[in-house]
Design a binder for this molecule. Structure first.
Ligand code: IPM
Ligand code: MG
Length: 355
């Protein structure tokens, strides 16, 4: 089983180092053997090669069964040209690997409930939402895009566009995922304003005929943003387009109070899938042994489950993380009174030992 590691920038190398320990523990415990290759992405790739996504990185990713990514970006590259920004590396690898389905589970760890931003009576109803974001279409990639002249002055534009096949395949992922969970899918759009959203809704409703056992609802994106803080327990699976999903998945993650805890999977029609923590590169604490490695370690669990079909191994990792939290271990971002503050290394070691 070949894993390609893309550490990227900021705390990326710190957290991937701890993820490697989780892999090693799984190897030892279950008798597997993983082979690792490393490749450059983001600012690290710009520094070494002049661009955020070297061809060699794409080749190495395509030759692997799964890709684990740290994070990209940082102030060092704030002034580079738009077309070679570190973020372009991430968008480029998603497109190159055809990763159209981005799964971002946002669930509350009961040990961290006091860190949750919402009122206790809202939290008590539970937060366990899976945001499924379309990842290779919409306004992120739509053409035409660029700058030009309108009415005698400068203007800029992007295009939000979806083909029927793109909506259908992400809707299917939504329905299939809901089936494996609590059977509820909420499709989020802006069908009261946008043509592309009206079309999105029409195709999702049509696809629903193949999944009559799933309960389908629709919300406008502004309402969904409000409902997520007002009554998040109403949601099981949310499916939405690229930009709405970018925004709502941050919101869903943040309300759990533990953005440093949440993993993600980006999947295409076949392997390799790409797995990454949903948080960013946190350049202010890079290399200081302060980062929370748990989102990346939990991304390893998703990798094992979705790309390598190793569900028992994935659960062993998730249980180890919960046990570490139950034992009171906390990195700075999730520190609470009465718990024990540990660094990135110690947290990684502890979880590996628990696996
Ligand atoms: C994310 C990030 C990326 C996105 C950026 C870094 C390009 O915000 O993964 O949500 O907008 O997709
Ligand atoms: Mg985002």
């Amino acid at each position: 089983m070949n894993i390609c590691l893309l550490a990227g920038d900021g705390i990326g190398p710190d957290i991937l180092k701890q993820a490697r320990k989780a892999f090693s523990a799984v190897e030892k415990k279950f008798g597997h053997s993983f082979a690792f290759t490393e490749a450059l992405i983001g600012g690290a790739a710009i520094d070494a090669t002049g661009g955020p996504l070297p061809e060699e990185t794409v080749t190495k990713c395509k030759a692997s069964d799964a890709v684990l990514l740290g994070a990209v970006g940082g102030p060092k590259w704030d002034d580079v040209a738009m077309n070679i920004r570190p973020e372009k590396g991430l968008l480029g690898i998603r497109k190159a690997l055809g990763l159209f389905a981005n799964l971002r589970p946002a669930a509350l760890f009961k040990e961290l409930a006091p860190a949750c931003y919402l009122r206790p009576d809202i939290v008590a109803q539970g937060i366990d939402v899976l945001v499924i974001r379309e990842l290779t279409g919409g306004v992120y990639f739509g053409e035409p895009r660029g700058e030009g002249q309108r009415d005698g002055e400068r203007a800029a534009f992007n295009t939000m566009i979806y083909k029927e096949s793109e909506i259908r395949r992400i809707a299917k992922v939504g329905f299939e995922s809901a089936r494996k969970r609590r059977g509820k899918l909420c499709s989020v759009d802006k069908a009261n304003v946008l043509d592309v959203s009206r079309f999105w809704r029409e195709i999702v409703i049509d696809e629903h005929t193949n999944y009559p056992d799933v309960e389908l609802s629709h919300q406008y994106v502004d309402n969904a943003a409000m409902q997520l803080v007002r009554a998040p327990s109403q949601f099981d699976v949310i499916v939405t387009e690229n930009l709405f999903g970018d925004i709502l998945s941050d919101e869903a993650a943040a309300i759990t109070g533990s953005i440093g805890m949440l993993p993600s999977a980006s999947l295409g029609a076949a392997n390799p899938g790409l797995y990454e923590p949903i948080h960013g590169s946190a350049p202010d604490i890079a290399g200081q042994d302060k980062a929370n490695p748990l989102a990346t370690i939990l991304s390893v669990a998703m990798l094992l489950r979705f790309s390598l079909n190793l569900a028992v191994e994935a659960e062993a990792i998730e249980t180890a993380v919960k046990t570490a939290l139950a034992q009171g271990l906390r990195t700075g971002d999730i520190m609470q009174p009465g718990q024990r503050l540990v660094g990135c290394e110690e947290m990684g070691e502890a979880v590996a030992a628990l696996i």
